[in-house]
Design a binder for this molecule. Structure first.
Ligand SMILES: C[S@@+](CC[C@H](N)C(=O)[O-])C[C@H]1O[C@@H](n2cnc3c(N)ncnc32)[C@H](O)[C@@H]1O
Length: 278
């Protein structure tokens, strides 16, 4: 993995970014990607039109949930993420399959690439977690060549993951000034506003990801308490207040039960946006 970056990469609120990096390294996010949402990575890689000769940037790639299928389709993929621990896991998985992906630590708010370097830019429930949405949108469009495609999958505010963040909100410290709520990226009007007239052929579709990884709500809670960075961090902050931790347990269990379609099966709603850079 390359850890070199342009000098500006970590100028943007480095303490906040360091906190985010440490949060995403908590637990075992790669297990979430591999066991819970691998199908979403394939959806994003397919919608991107990843194919041989295509130079694709995966922003906030994590352990490569979308990068790996894009590389399997023959694309020349660069996977960028804030969290080197996740890139290292992806790098190992790619090596096991003989896939040549470039793994690069960096910040979605200041991409360490030249203008118009990529044929396609994609992000699978990734860029939505960077604080400054407008800045990220401008950066993704800057590095995309005219005529190139942008593909974004983001959890909607109304869907299961959006509701999970809403449920955790009373239990975690307020976000710092300027931090925009991630599920806003799951709102079509917000994304259209961010992309503005720099894109054409914009398509936005709400879809539901089938999730069959859990037998019941309790298994979901155990898995997310142990493995999903934001949830692990929320519970770590409640270590001295067991009553509040128990209340969060109850709220998350109730949410998971509400979304249980039978036998633990769930559907997690996301917004898929594709757009072409003018
Ligand atoms: C929910 S994970 C998604 C990872 C991957 N795209 C997937 O589909 O599994 C969110 C990712 O966003 C990354 N991230 C958060 N803030 C970021 C930033 N400012 N720049 C780049 N990556 C960031 C985290 O490190 C984490 O890997």
């Amino acid at each position: 993995m390359s850890t070199t970056s342009t000098p500006s990469t970590f100028d943007l609120r480095p303490e906040l970014k360091d906190r985010h990096r440490r949060m995403w390294a908590l637990g075992d996010y790669a297990a979430v990607a591999d066991q819970v949402i691998p199908a979403l990575g394939r959806v994003v890689a397919d919608a991107t039109g990843a194919s041989p000769g295509h130079r694709v940037l995966d922003v906030a790639a994590g352990s490569g949930n979308a990068s790996l299928p894009a590389a399997r389709a023959g694309a020349d993929v660069v996977a960028l993420d804030l969290t080197p621990e996740l890139l290292t896991i992806g790098e190992r998985a790619a090596a096991d399959e003989g896939l040549a992906i470039t793994w690069r630590q960096g910040d979605a708010e200041s991409l360490p690439f030249q203008d118009a370097e990529f044929d396609a830019v994609m992000s699978c429930v990734g860029v939505m977690f960077a604080p400054d949405h407008q800045r990220c949108a401008e950066e993704m469009l800057r590095v995309l060549r005219p005529g190139g495609t942008l593909t974004l999958a983001s959890w909607t505010p109304e869907g299961f993951v959006g509701q999970m963040f809403a449920a955790m909100k009373p239990y975690v410290p307020a976000p710092p000034a300027g931090f925009q709520p991630p599920p806003l990226w799951g709102t079509e009007a917000h994304v259209r506003g961010l992309l503005g007239d720099r894109v054409e052929d914009v398509h936005a579709t709400r879809a539901r990801l089938p999730v069959g990884a859990f037998a019941d709500a309790g298994q979901f809670l155990d898995f997310f308490r142990a493995r999903y960075g934001p949830t692990v961090a929320a519970y770590a902050g409640l270590a001295q207040t067991p009553d509040r931790a128990a209340a969060l347990d109850a709220d998350l269990l109730a949410l998971a039960r509400d979304h249980d379609l039978g036998g633990g099966r769930m559907e997690w709603e996301y917004l898929l946006v594709t757009a072409r850079r003018r």
